[in-house]
Design a protein around this ligand. Sequence first.
Ligand code: MG
Length: 253
Amino acid sequence: MIAIRNAAEIEAMRRSGRALGVILQRLSALVRPGVTTRDLDEVAARMIREAGGKSPFYNYRGFPGHICSSVNDGVIHGIPGPRKLLYGDVVKLDVGIILGGWVSDTAVSVPVGAVRPEIDALLAKTQEALTLGIAQARAGNRLGDISAAIGNCVFAAGYTVVEDFVGHGVGRQLHEEPQIANFGKRGSGPLLKAGMTLAIEPMVNMGGKKVKVLQDKWTVVTADGHPSAHFEHTVLVTDGEPEILTRPLTMTA
Ligand code: MG
């Protein structure tokens, strides 16, 4: 069953998402060579606390960070630590908040200084895939319309999508139904209804789609060592335009 939020719940999700969008935007601005992923984790933990919230990632099945930070071939679930970011790296920052009992989830891939043009292109395409996926999150469409829009965009560019990890419903819990694959068939899957809140999150690999989990039991990396990109928003399905709940302040359109 996919939860449908009522008007009061939607308002609460808006508050949660708005706070988180600002936090991720401010966190991204701190990325530069020499900063460690632990530094970013500490700042994020403080911002989440100051917003009156809690991190839904912290201690999730024992996860030891407040955010996930994944570098270069890291796809998702990277544990913050002493690794210093280097000029030319790309770091994926995935943050969540529980605010007033409501969870939102958002992620961005941030270049450290300037990155190789191929990585810039990968980031741009992944962001485009997210935008196209979000555009399908409207009442009357099917879940597969979101998945297909993402996958088709990615495949046309010659990249692959990670199949072992997917987007998800979000709200009362970090991970709720449905699972949202980043590839699929138009017109397939459950009907989307106004009031659904979905975390849509393409994970796009420059090389092959295969990933593996490191010995720390969390960090997911590409099997072939090529770079990966990840962008995510928490989105409200409406009868009209989809509403991005984790929109950063400066994001227009
Ligand atoms: Mg997520």
